[in-house]
Write a protein of this length. Structure first.
Length: 151
């Protein structure tokens, strides 16, 4: 199966999309090598553009993030956090039936391979504090403000 990478410009700087013909497998901060993107990565770029312009609230893309069964469970639950809302690590742990696994949930968030589309930026500390984000707290703050979250 062929894999593709594609650099895109966003308000957060360069981001690197990765995927196959059938699924998006990654979105991270930084630049990708120049190569011909797949139609799916071009669609992902279009949807991200709509998100950043305030038009899109949900992504409609096939995703295949690589990770453990526990990480997959956490990442699946991230997609259920509505646009413009936040949950704490503890609440997310409870949602997956592992209420004592706050740190493990934090670890899974930290390893999220598909930033923004799997919205780990919507997970905050127990007091609503902005904690941890692979791209930096300034990017997390930007994404939450974009979605209308009061900080």
């Amino acid at each position: 199966m062929r894999t593709y990478t594609h650099s895109i410009d966003t308000p957060l700087g360069k981001m690197c999309l990765r995927g196959t013909d059938s699924a998006v497998t990654g979105l991270g901060f930084g630049e990708a090598p120049r190569e011909e993107p797949s139609p799916l990565l071009l669609e992902a770029e279009r949807q991200l553009g709509e998100y950043f312009s305030g038009v899109r609230r949900e992504f409609d893309l096939p995703l295949e993030p690589a990770g453990t069964e526990f990480q997959q469970t956490v990442w699946h639950e991230l997609r259920r956090i509505p646009y413009g809302e936040t949950v704490s690590y503890g609440q997310l742990a409870a949602r997956i039936g592992k209420s004592r696994a706050c740190r493990a949930v934090g670890g899974a968030n930290n390893r999220n391979p598909i930033a923004i589309i799997l919205p780990c930026h919507r997970v905050v500390g127990s007091g609503g504090d902005l904690t941890g984000y692979a791209g930096g707290l300034d990017k997390k703050r930007y994404l939450l403000k974009l979605e209308g979250v009061e900080l």
